[in-house]
Write a protein of this length. Structure first.
Length: 413
């Protein structure tokens, strides 16, 4: 976990997700750096599942800096920044649709944020296209000794040591209202050279972020109002371009003067009534939402989690949870994650007392489709409707009942 106390004029909340190939990355590590392995050409075709690194939280900073501390963006001499506009819009649409479907405001595209994210996406692309780092935290643009030639100010897309610097160097006006950052990286191998479109990969990355509890929370901040996203592709260093392809998605959302004081009445959930196309399984996240349970999400995933939040309450207690497969007429066991049984109680990741997650435990389901090498558990069944109901005690006074249905998309492996 890295925290910041530097005197900068912003309130930033940073969230990082690194997507690695199915064979790469570590287990449920608490390290904020990530291993970046790419598939060997001898392995079978694989689609990448998310491995997430810890959300990094920067406290709001009030003081105005007397001078910029991170340097200005450097794009001279090594080409201009790349961006797949349609793919970036695909990710934006997923995030915005998820929010508006459940009662939050949507996210408008902010061209200034676009420029910031595109620059940083190209920084990450340059690192992985020209080196194979053993340790790299994609939030930061610091020089790394064993790959110094492609990191820090030696990288042609360097724009600031961290998000705080990047926002200040860009003179971004909404910094004072809070900024979130989600970064996704995927590496795919195909023996036949058949790859999904960049738009499809961006949409898949976005949906996976919406299935990871600690990152889902950051995507559902009521105060967020604008978004900027960069999406780039690259050939991993030392790999055959015909069979290997990498993708980097950087998405920043910010509050604005009109959204910063937005309040949300009643109980908020995601998914909520009539949401469709969610992923079926969560294969990993850091922090690990099932920490201490002995479960290895890589081999024994859980289904799409349900996020519960009641901003107007001090405390909520969720009980009597039912998670029912409507089509098969069966109940799915669940694990409740709240402030009482929070595995990160007392840390920066502790859940507030007015939030909770319902985690569907899909061990007994045989949800993988024929031809899968994942085994029997691929989370919830694909293209299936689920009804979720629960009681919620508000501030130890009022008991409310909630119920809704949502529908999964195709099985994700």
């Amino acid at each position: 976990m890295t925290s910041y106390t530097s005197q900068k004029n912003l309130a930033a909340v940073l969230f990082l997700t690194i997507f690695l190939s199915a064979c790469g990355g570590g287990g449920d590590s608490d390290s904020s750096s990530t291993s970046a392995n790419t598939p060997d050409s001898s392995q079978n075709d694989e689609t990448a599942q998310p491995t997430t690194s810890e959300p990094i939280i920067s406290a709001p900073i009030i003081a105005t800096p007397t001078e910029q501390s991170g340097g200005n963006p450097n794009v001279d001499g090594n080409g201009s920044a790349d961006n797949n506009v349609q793919a970036a819009l695909s990710a934006n649409n997923q995030f915005s649709l998820a929010r508006t479907s459940c009662g939050l405001n949507g996210l408008s595209v902010d061209t200034e944020l676009d420029d910031i994210t595109i620059q940083h996406a190209n920084y990450i692309k340059h690192v992985f296209a020209n080196s194979s780092p053993t340790s790299f935290n994609a939030h930061f643009e610091n020089e790394i000794s064993d790959i110094a030639s492609v990191t820090g100010s030696n990288n042609p897309f360097f724009s600031g040591l961290d998000l705080a610097d990047r926002l200040i160097n860009a003179d971004y006006g909404n910094s004072q209202y809070g900024v979130t950052e989600n970064i996704a990286q995927s590496v795919y191998y195909s023996s036949a050279g058949n790859f999904l479109s960049t738009e499809a990969v961006a949409s898949s990355m976005a949906k996976s972020l919406l299935s990871a509890p600690y990152h889902l929370r950051s995507l559902m901040l009521p105060t967020s109002g604008v978004v900027g996203t960069g999406m780039v592709t690259y050939t991993p260093s030392g790999k055959n371009a015909a069979n290997n392809k990498g993708y980097v998605l950087v998405s920043n959302a910010a509050g604005t003067k009109t959204t910063t004081n937005k309040t949300l009445e009643g109980v908020f959930t995601y998914p909520c009534q009539d949401v469709t196309g969610t992923v079926t399984a969560l294969y990993n996240e850091t922090p690990n939402p099932v920490r201490g349970s002995g479960r290895n999400l890589r081999t024994d995933p859980i289904g799409q989690p349900v996020y519960i939040n009641m901003p107007s309450a001090d405390t909520v207690k969720v009980s009597n949870v039912k998670f029912r497969d409507v089509q098969r007429n069966i109940d799915v066991p669940i694990q409740l994650l709240d402030s009482d049984n929070d595995p990160y109680k007392g840390t920066n990741y502790a859940l507030p007392t007015n939030e909770a997650f319902i985690l569907p435990l899909t061990d007994a389901l045989k949800s993988c489709e024929s031809g899968s090498n994942k085994g029997g558990n691929c989370g919830l069944y694909g293209n299936s409707k689920y009804k979720v109901s629960f009681d919620i005690l508000v501030d130890d006074k009022t008991l409310e009942q909630q119920s809704f249905t949502f529908t999964t998309g195709k099985v994700n492996y």
